[in-house]
Design a protein around this ligand. Structure first.
Ligand code: ATP
Ligand code: MG
Length: 572
């Protein structure tokens, strides 16, 4: 295409509402525009990138024997009632009504629809295994849509569902997807880690996440410093090893002390002159089963996913000031497990080891010292409910763990028979007996992958697309578009590149060369071909690599072959 005819609205200014680099650059480089919170228009350049990613995904899914189909976005509430998710999915589900008052939702995921298809259309073990997938918009009314495409409310996902006869079959399908996902992200030019993941609300018993490592990532992961071990997990999932408690002598008598206006762990520790690890941090949560108090050591972070799993609840929200006051009789900051009537207590194992600790006294401006679990308060549950930290021992081999941030671009789950049982999706086995299909589900965030690529591949001047997913490979820039000789040569080189199978654009706009170079860098074409006076007069054409800034000088006659060779070398 000629750039003069293309819709590429680049901006010099950083959009004020864009917090992360991918959002800033994708807006500035003319790839996306926000329509509403978490809802975006993909402009022509973005559409091309998405298509590249989708093509890679399709090739890798098909290589594993998967078949593409297309399921509806509008899903009837009845199916969600059958699976039990209509009531538990909560406010993230976009719900709507038709003119007859029938309820529907916009699909956030498609387990119900695909399981319904299976129960209606698949009868025999001979038809298994089945791997079915689609690439389509998904809808989730996220509590906090943010970071541009990274957390949208409308986004593009590839979702695949596997149906097998038994667990052994599921294991095979799961391995296939694990391999396919690894290939997809590698082919997209991304550095990623595969981590063990929590299975969360979707249910199931085994799961991995594919994390693109990036400082802006919302996910926190830990991995073993020993490469031979290879353990890696989302912190939501990684088990913590309780650290030994420091010796604080024999239990002393419980004592209430004044801690005026000291509400945080740091303030209380500073005021009483003890280390934060001596404090029993008490957090009150509201759940559908009522309020609970969760205890972790003062220097630790509570892990809400672990807490949710330990309690077996679907809803978990930090209690507000009013609820805290009602339960404890004190303002926020003075809650503690001693004398906290009627609120069940969940404690991390480290708390149970503490001797002579400090805890809120459920009275304004007061804490207890010399708190001893078991003697001074009872707990309903002891469970690992804290976040693992860097430097702690690997749960597999004991070597220190390291920490990194990541963007979850894909997740694979073993679902088992959760949905097939709920919806009655059975097949007849060799003996003619009906058995529920054993399922897996596998998602890739296509639009999130595009943004993750920008998070990982950019510099001060703009995006640096990996060639495999770049919107175009090459931009041909005549230095002076008004110079007929330059324009003529640039145009013929552009045509030759196209004829050689190179995806090229010609920046024929009557702009200064500096403007065109800046846009080329911002948009992130892997290669820029510059056609100036030297090209016309001396036959010297310059090819510049976006990533390294390295330039190659060649002749007009050799340009297409040179560009092809650079692209085929695979390092762009
Ligand atoms: P997250 O934990 O980030 O909310 P999730 O675990 O709920 O994601 P899945 O249900 O596993 O997401 O969906 C599969 C994939 O879809 C994710 O790995 C991610 O790449 C993508 N995805 C999920 N939610 C969003 C979103 N709000 N915006 C863009 N992509 C998303
Ligand atoms: Mg996920």
């Amino acid at each position: 295409m000629r750039v003069s005819a293309m819709l590429i609205p680049t901006l010099r200014e950083v959009p004020s509402d864009a917090e992360v680099v991918s959002h800033q650059l994708l807006v500035r480089a003319g790839f996306v525009r926000k329509v509403s919170a978490g809802v975006y228009t993909f402009l022509p350049l973005a559409r091309r990138v998405l298509e590249k990613i989708e093509t890679i995904i399709r090739e890798e899914m098909n290589r594993q024997g998967a078949q593409e189909l297309l399921l509806p976005i509008i899903q009837p509430a009845e199916l969600w009632r059958e699976s039990g998710r209509w009531d538990v999915y909560g406010p993230e589900l976009f719900r709507l009504q038709d003119r007859h008052g029938r309820l529907f939702c916009l699909g956030p995921t498609h387990e119900e629809i695909i399981t319904d298809l299976f129960r209606n259309e698949v009868k025999s073990y001979r038809q298994l295994p089945l791997l079915l997938y689609q690439i389509q918009n998904k809808y989730r009314d996220e509590r906090r849509p943010r970071f541009g495409l990274l957390r949208g409310r409308e986004f593009i996902m590839k979702d695949l569902y596997s149906f097998d006869r038994d667990e052994a079959g599921l294991e095979v399908s799961y391995r296939k997807m694990y391999e396919a996902y690894s290939r997809v992200f590698a082919r997209c030019g991304l550095k990623y880690r595969v981590v063990e993941a929590d299975t969360g609300a979707i249910g199931g018993h085994d799961s991995h996440e594919f994390m693109v490592t990036a400082a802006s990532g919302e996910a926190l992961l830990v991995y073993c410093s020993s490469e031979r071990c290879g353990y890696a997990a989302n912190v939501e999932r990684a088990p913590a090893t309780p650290a030994p408690e420091e010796d604080t002598g024999p239990p002393r008598p419980l004592e209430a002390v004044a801690t005026p206006a000291r509400t945080t762990v740091e303030e209380v520790a500073g005021y009483l002159g003890v280390s934060p690890r001596r404090i029993i941090k008490t957090l009150l949560y509201e759940t559908e089963k009522g309020m609970v108090a969760a205890l972790v050591r003062g220097d630790r972070q509570l892990n809400e996913v672990k807490l949710q799993n330990a309690l077996g609840v679907l809803r978990l929200e930090l209690a507000g000031a009013e609820a805290v006051a009602r339960a404890t009789g004190a303002p926020v900051g003075f809650a503690g497990p001693v004398g906290l009537g009627g609120v069940p207590v969940v404690a991390d194992p480290e708390v149970m080891k503490m001797r002579n600790g400090v805890a809120g006294a459920n009275r304004a401006d007061t804490h207890y010292v010399n708190v001893n679990p078991g003697r001074d308060f009872q707990v309903a549950t002891v469970a690992d409910i804290r976040v693992v930290e860097a430097g702690e021992p690997c749960p597999r081999c004991g070597q220190p763990l390291e920490q990194a941030r990541g963007i979850e671009v894909g997740q694979i789950f073993k679902l088992g028979d959760k949905y097939s049982r709920a919806l009655g999706a059975t097949f007849l086995d060799e003996k003619g007996e009906a058995r529920p299909a054993i399922m897996g589900c596998y998602g890739i965030g296509v639009s999130r992958t595009m943004a993750a690529a920008v998070e990982q591949h950019h510099d001060a001047d703009g995006i640096v697309w990996p060639a495999s997913i770049a919107p175009y490979h090459v931009v041909v820039v005549p230095v002076n578009s008004r110079d007929e000789a330059q324009m003529g040569l640039a145009d013929s080189l552009y045509r030759e590149l196209m004829a050689a199978g190179v995806e090229a654009v010609l920046d024929d706009r009557p702009e200064r060369a500096g403007v065109k170079f800046k846009d080329a860098d911002l948009i992130g074409y892997p290669l820029r071909v510059t056609v100036g006076n030297r090209a016309v007069e001396q036959g010297e054409v310059e090819v510049r690599e976006r990533r390294t800034g390295h330039t190659h000088v060649t002749t007009p006659g050799e340009l297409a072959a040179r560009v092809r060779a650079l692209l085929d070398a695979g390092h762009l």
